[in-house]
Design a protein around this ligand. Structure first.
Ligand code: NAD
Length: 249
């Protein structure tokens, strides 16, 4: 029997990048998987696709209810949908701040609120939020994004405390720069994308970006009953970006 057979998982932002790799790995390990995304058209069987915008409460509630009906419940919730923003506090206006917090932070609140009755009914209720090393790293030119992920980290810890006695675990992963379509889009905007990618790789302690599959493996570990005693943690998958203090060469 596969490790996750009998379990039912819902992944937001599961049509691309880290979310897609997570949905595929959950499925490969035996879980039944629902992907909730703005555009789930790239999702195919055995994954089930549902359209929703995590910044719209009604659409989240409808998608979670439909997925729970089709799967027969929800044991694992992966809150992964997120958007980026570049710049200092002078570069983003209030509307941009509200938008990023609406997706990155309130998106988790809405989806979790809708899924909690199902997680409570599960013997293995578990939530994993996709956070970022930006939550704690003090990255330049990422004020808004970092603040939103800082809130995701705090929310993860608070949710873990609130639901531990209900048997629901809550953790997050902190990816470093991961090679996903998101990062590909950023590189494509550079004058010389190949040179920009080489420079980005060179800035990583391991000389390369993290892969979406490596982040997915950490998410699936935290989500699975193997991690039954793990709650309220942030697992960095960042190639040593945050923990290592390398001397300049
Ligand atoms: P991606 O752009 O490849 O995938 C994101 C997915 O989320 C897309 O399918 C998109 O349609 C969906 N999505 C976006 N807004 C949504 C909304 N409002 N409602 C529903 N779905 C929505 O991005 P990725 O790189 O795989 O990033 C996934 C998560 O990982 C994000 O939370 C991001 O902040 C986090 N992260 C990424 C990196 C990185 O370097 N790629 C690093 C740290 C953290």
């Amino acid at each position: 029997m596969s490790e996750l057979s009998g379990l039912r998982a819902l992944v937001t932002g599961g049509a691309s990048g880290i979310g897609r790799a997570t949905a595929d790995l959950l499925s490969a390990r035996g879980a039944a998987v629902a992907v909730v995304d703005l555009d789930p058209s790239a999702v195919d069987k055995p994954l089930l696709g549902y359209t929703a915008d995590v910044s719209d409460d009604a659409s989240v509630r409808a998608a979670v209810a439909a997925a729970a009906d089709d799967l027969g419940g929800i044991d694992i919730l992966i809150n992964n949908a997120g958007i980026g923003a570049a710049g200092t506090v002078e570069d983003n206006d209030d509307a941009q701040w509200h938008r990023v917090f609406d997706v990155n932070v309130l998106g988790i609140v809405r989806t979790t609120r809708a899924a909690l009755p199902h997680l409570r009914a599960s013997a293995h209720g578990s939530v994993v939020n996709t956070c970022s090393i930006a939550a704690t790293a003090g990255l330049p030119q990422r004020a808004l994004y970092s603040a939103s992920k800082g809130a995701v980290l705090s929310l993860t810890l608070a949710m873990a405390a609130d639901h531990v006695r209900e048997g629901i675990r809550v953790n997050c992963v902190n990816p470093g720069t991961a090679d996903t379509p998101w990062v590909g889009r950023l590189l494509d905007r550079a004058a010389d994308p190949d040179a920009e990618r080489a420079a980005l790789n060179a800035r990583q302690p391991m000389g390369r970006l993290v892969t979406a599959e490596e982040v997915a493996a950490a998410i699936v570990y935290l989500a699975s009953p193997t991690a039954a005693s793990v709650t309220g943690t942030a697992l960095a998958v960042d190639g040593g970006m945050q923990g290592l203090r390398l001397r300049p060469e």
